[in-house]
Design a protein around this ligand. Structure first.
Ligand code: NAP
Length: 478
């Protein structure tokens, strides 16, 4: 092992041991203590907003408007999880009183309680430097569940991550909490990342990023002597279906809405629409022409990192070189960002060509021309699991729309019947996940208040004395 590697491993040992030491206190913390930390972190973010947004913009190029909005969302999310804690969500129990008599009707007294999984290794995402980074959704939900968090900073916004962590660490200290509740590692190698995932003190992993990186770390989590849950969001093509009914009032407005969504944030949204199914008819032709016109006018800002830009250029080259595609938008870039790209393929060629189904992270999409709802369903069945599937024009209760809605729920974690998939509201009903590779754990969400459940494990207490349940109600430090 090189000296550098040994230093990184030692740094990981240090934070993992701090997290391990803080875990019992945090697991037993009252709702007041937990909510105070989450609210304090939100307030500290807001108090430092101007400086943090400047720093974030210099590293990511995402712009002040977007970053201010993201910071506000991050604070909202932290406060939302504080409210969940105050409402007793992580302390909830399910009680089955004893029933006298022989089984199966007769039974012991059972109380189902929730136990935090332990320290969570949280790999920040490149594309949300606030909302999916140091104090983002994974951190907020894990802390709310009673798990210490070890943040792995993303190299694309390293200085911002360090600054946010320093601000957060001060809040932890001011509230007289152990430093191990929130710790931080940065500039780690791939081997060190795997070492963190496999550390004996780590009880779960949260990850948002590429398919390749996510699979490597998912394997590492599963190759431990005792595997731990790995909540990874790895990639998503987000099909959007334009049924003829959606164009009954014209093509221009829906085409402009869709073009703006494809190019939003330079296409660096996990929910960016990547496949657009359009019927092979006159209205469909007009819609595709308007979409191409509107997308060609977009001027995306620069991409997050050089690596992401290279991956985008490789991805569009692969689509451009494919024998089954036609390029619809390909003018040279007119700024620091990449040029938006639109390709077209027929469903007959698309469904069998898996290389056309891969996510191209950036402002690019493939229009798939279809002749029937059955063909749309073939497309949805051919592509891999997705965070979202959007159906435009499926308002009427018809056998075709029922079949389509069923295919959509099989393929995605969120099914939209209008609007665009970019933008994910933080609510109780939200689900941000989906079949592999959208998520390695499709039954859980990384956005919304249900995310707290990922970091809790049920335990059934049988015939427990009253005090065992009473100390778990979150009213006092147990
Ligand atoms: P990434 O390369 O997967 O990096 C994410 C994290 O994993 C980083 O902390 C990275 O460490 C680490 N990592 C990556 N490969 C690893 C490996 N083989 N072993 C151990 N650790 C590894 O993702 P990214 O930087 O965010 O973006 C790259 C690509 O990810 C994009 O081009 C895009 O395709 C995809 N992406 C998808 C989504 C989505 O939600 N669908 C979101 C963001 C990105 P370092 O920072 O130290 O390299």
């Amino acid at each position: 092992m090189s000296a550098d590697q040994a230093t990184m491993f030692a740094a990981i040992d240090r934070v993992a041991e701090l997290a391990h030491a803080a875990a019992p206190m945090w697991r037993r913390s009252s709702s007041d203590v937990r909510a105070a930390l989450l609210n304090g972190l939100a307030a500290a973010l807001e108090a430092n907003a101007a400086a943090l947004v400047d720093l974030g913009d210099s590293e990511t190029g995402l712009g002040a408007a977007r970053l201010n909005g993201e910071l506000a969302r991050t604070a909202f999310q932290l406060r939302g999880f504080a409210s969940e804690v105050k409402a007793g969500v992580p302390y909830r129990t399910v009680d089955d009183p004893a029933v006298a008599g022989a089984p199966p009707a007769g039974r012991p007294h059972l109380t189902r309680v929730l136990v935090p999984l332990g320290p969570v290794a949280m790999f920040s995402a490149s594309n949300f430097p606030f909302a999916f980074s140091v104090l983002g959704g994974d951190t907020a939900s894990a802390l709310a569940a009673g798990c210490p968090v070890i943040v792995k900073a993303h190299s694309g916004h390293g200085a911002l991550s360090r600054k946010v962590f320093e601000i957060a660490a001060k809040v932890v200290e001011q509230q007289n909490l152990p430093a191990g509740i929130l710790t931080f590692v940065e500039n780690t190698s791939r081997e060190a990342n795997a070492y963190l995932v496999q550390h004996r003190s780590v009880g779960a992993v949260a990850f948002t990023g590429s398919y390749q990186g996510g699979v490597a770390l998912w394997r590492a989590a599963n190759n431990r002597p005792r595997p731990v849950p790995f909540y990874g969001e790895l990639g998503s093509i987000n099909p959007l279906v334009v049924l003829p009914e959606a164009l009954s009032n014209g093509e221009i407005e829906p085409a402009q809405t869709l073009a703006a969504s494809i190019a939003l944030g330079c296409g660096q949204f996990c929910t960016s629409p990547g496949i657009i199914c359009v019927f092979d008819d006159d209205a469909g032709d007009r819609f595709v022409a308007e979409l191409a016109k509107a997308l060609g006018k977009q001027t995306p800002h620069r991409m997050l990192t050089e690596g992401i830009r290279r991956a985008y250029e490789d991805g569009v080259e692969r689509l451009a070189d494919h024998a089954s595609t036609k390029s619809l938008v390909a003018q040279p870039s007119n700024g620091s960002g990449p040029s938006p790209r639109l390709f077209e393929a027929h469903a007959d060629a698309f469904t069998g060509n898996t290389s056309l189904h891969e996510e191209v992270f950036g402002p690019a999409a493939v229009v798939v021309r279809v002749r029937s709802i059955e063909q749309v369903i073939d497309v949805l069945e051919a592509v891999e699991g997705s965070l979202t599937v959007t159906l435009w024009g499926a308002g009427a209760d018809t056998p075709g729309n029922r079949a389509l809605a069923y295919a959509a729920e099989q393929a995605g974690g969120r099914v939209l019947f209008g609007g665009v998939p970019t933008g994910v509201a933080v609510t109780h009903a939200q689900h941000h996940g989906g079949p592999w590779p959208a998520s390695t754990s499709p039954q859980t969400t990384s956005v919304g208040y249900a995310a707290i459940e990922r970091f809790l494990r049920p335990v059934a207490m049988q015939d427990a004395p009253a005090w065992v349940i009473a100390v778990r109600d979150g009213s006092v430090q147990s």
